[in-house]
Design a protein. Structure first.
Length: 334
């Protein structure tokens, strides 16, 4: 049976998900592209052969010719649309974040638990990236010894919005690092501290964070949304006996004029293209089988990211170490 998928949100990520559904998801059909801007919905629908378009997210979710939903609309819509999908009984792949409010995330978790099954797969696609898979595998196989520290750099060419702030770097970009580090280490965070260096211009400066885990490890995260030179995300996990790091994948090296150069990606869509394909295929299997994917992030992981981000924003504004206070993980999300 072909799974008919609606993509809600026809912006940068919505268009990318529509492309993946249309071109890389065998067994799925791009049924509807929905956006409040009907012209933008039509442009994406025509580009990838969607059967129809819509401008009403809740109406699109309710359509009888829609079996599952991918939500890539603005962040503030994610939790409300999650609640609609749970109520309607349709599985949803939700672009991060589930919500920037941990309270909203708890409400989504409560609705899933009341419904008795998971509906929301969250789009922390780094979990499907080969480099993080190999880092986690090396730790689990004992090749590193006990994990001590994880260093994470996350550099964008330029901020996604002109009014981007240090706090937004923590709530918008850092959740990928918060999630993938706790996923690799298999732990939770106990505290967070955050700083910003001073730039010579009016661009938002990098945010540097240090987190302690409940297992006595240290995780540091640099978010530099104005790195200028390229999209450059790196991680290194340091154990007692060995270390393992991501290795920048460049498909070519240009040798020229007694020098050599390897290119950087422009943004996350190309750097993590295969991770998005793997994540979306896992979502399709989730819809087909009802079994939540082992690697994927859930509403619980969305809550964890929101709690850490909220503490991180406080740490940056108050200039002190902030405890990460969260509920115990419900058995439902074990
Ligand atoms: C963006 O929202 C993403 O999710 C990207 O993966 C991340 O690299 C970027 O910094 C964010 O702004």
């Amino acid at each position: 049976m072909t799974i008919r998928i609606a993509v809600i949100g026809a912006g940068l990520m919505g268009a990318d998900h529509a492309k993946i559904v249309a071109e890389d998801l065998s067994g799925a059909a791009l049924q509807v592209v929905c956006d409040m801007d009907g012209t933008r919905a039509r442009t994406v629908a025509d580009a990838y052969g969607a059967a129809d378009t819509g401008t009403d997210p809740e109406g699109t979710i309710a359509r009888t010719d829609v079996d599952a939903v991918i939500v890539a609309s603005p962040d503030f819509t994610h939790a409300p649309l999650s609640m609609v999908c749970i109520k309607t009984g349709k599985k949803m792949l939700c672009e991060k974040p589930l919500s920037q409010s941990s309270a909203d995330c708890l409400r989504v978790m409560e609705a899933e638990q009341a419904a008795g099954k998971k509906f929301i797969q969250l789009g922390f696609m780094r979990r499907y990236d080969q480099s993080y898979i190999e880092i986690k595998r090396a730790l689990l196989q004992g090749k590193l010894g006990r994990a001590l520290m994880m260093h994470n750099f996350h550099r964008n060419v330029a901020t996604p919005a002109a009014d981007f702030t240090g706090a937004m770097a923590i709530t918008n970009s850092a959740p990928h690092e918060f999630d993938v580090a706790r996923h690799v280490l298999g732990t939770e965070y106990a505290t967070i501290t955050a700083w910003q260096p001073k730039r010579s211009d009016a661009l938002v400066a990098p945010v540097f964070m240090v987190l302690e885990t409940v297992d006595g490890q240290i995780v540091n995260i640099e978010i530099n949304n104005n790195a200028a030179y390229g999209y450059d995300v790196r991680a290194e996990l340091v154990g007692e006996n060995a270390a393992i790091a991501t290795n920048h994948v460049a498909y070519t090296r240009l040798d020229h004029s007694r020098s050599q150069a390897a290119g950087y990606d422009v943004d996350w869509r190309s750097r993590y293209a295969e991770a998005y394909r793997r994540q979306n295929r896992a979502f399709l299997r989730f819809v087909e089988t009802g079994t939540f994917p082992q690697v994927a992030s859930s509403s619980w992981d969305g809550y964890c990211a929101a709690v850490v981000a909220e503490a991180g924003v406080r740490a940056l504004s108050e200039g002190r170490k902030i405890p990460v206070e969260m509920i115990a993980r419900p058995e439902f999300y074990a």
